[in-house]
Design a protein. Structure first.
Length: 281
């Protein structure tokens, strides 16, 4: 099922909230977050957490657009509930803009993806004129596998960090100065100092660690057949017919296997030993 969602014919929130309500795994990667956007989905997020679902937020830390109050709310949620996670993206340069908007919800049968222009803000989900596509498909579809691989690359980007209280406090101070700068051209040196402090702090924070729950679609199928210790490409090619049961229209199974092995290496699940030889970690 594919549907265009633009907040004119159909509100993004009217699609997103029911999808969250039926999901056991909720992942949201957005450039900007506001407290009114968080408030819009927080009741259903909290209900799903109570029911045993997991939720993960990948948030961009642009002081001109992301609300520190919203970041603090998401951080508090992650501290209160072990199934809630907040990860932050801190660009090292103002020329690099973190700009994705991905909402991924899945249960044991179906995955729903909303991808487009809506940030996690009240206006982005309800009143702005947006352009999103909602895709609903079987959890084993090749398209959903690629979508989750894209999310995975966002999650484990080198500039992604696990925040702490000090980090969020620095970000809140930076936001205040940025706002003063917009109104009265506040001292640029103070902005540079706080930007540097935020970047320096980010370098000391942990990066997210991949877990079994980050594997989906092709990546999950390949990982599940990996033998312990060393193995070769040929060992995994032996499962070609097994993979074809899930993806009968893929005419390049072996190339797809090599692609997944490379991604598993980047995520730290396996290491490269020699040409065509790997070791499970």
């Amino acid at each position: 099922m594919i549907q265009i969602v633009d907040n004119v014919q159909c509100k993004t929130a009217s699609i997103l909230i029911p999808a969250i309500e039926s999901a056991t795994d909720i992942r949201i990667a957005v450039a900007f977050v506001s407290s009114d956007g968080v408030s819009l989905i927080m009741p259903v997020i909290e209900r799903q957490l109570t029911a045993g679902s997991s939720v993960e937020f990948l948030v961009g830390m642009d002081p001109r657009a992301t609300d520190p109050v919203a970041v603090r709310e998401l951080y508090s949620l992650s501290q209160k509930n072990p199934r809630a996670t907040l990860l932050c993206f801190v660009p090292r340069s103002t020329s690099i803009l973190y700009h994705p908007k991905m909402y991924l919800m899945r249960n044991e049968q179906v995955t729903t993806a909303i991808i487009g222009s809506s940030n996690l803000t009240h206006s982005g989900l309800t009143s702005n004129i947006e352009a999103n596509v909602m895709i609903q498909d079987d959890i084993h579809s090749e398209l959903m596998s690629e979508i989750f691989n894209t999310y995975c690359r966002l999650k484990f980007h080198p500039l992604r960090v696990v925040p702490d209280d000090e980090f969020i406090d620095i970000f809140a101070d930076l936001c205040k100065v940025e706002k003063r700068a917009e109104r009265q051209q506040a001292r640029q040196s103070e902005i540079r100092t706080l930007r540097q402090a935020l970047s320096t702090k980010a370098k000391t924070l942990q990066h997210p660690k991949p877990s079994r729950s980050d594997l989906f679609g092709w990546l999950e199928l390949v990982y599940d057949v990996l033998p312990e210790d060393e193995f070769s490409n040929q060992d995994i090619y032996a499962y070609e017919d097994f993979f074809r049961q899930y993806y009968p229209h893929n005419m390049n199974i072996r190339a797809k296997i090599r692609q997944q092995l490379q991604l598993l290496q980047r995520l730290g699940f396996i290491e490269h030993v020699a040409a065509g030889v790997w070791r499970k970690l």
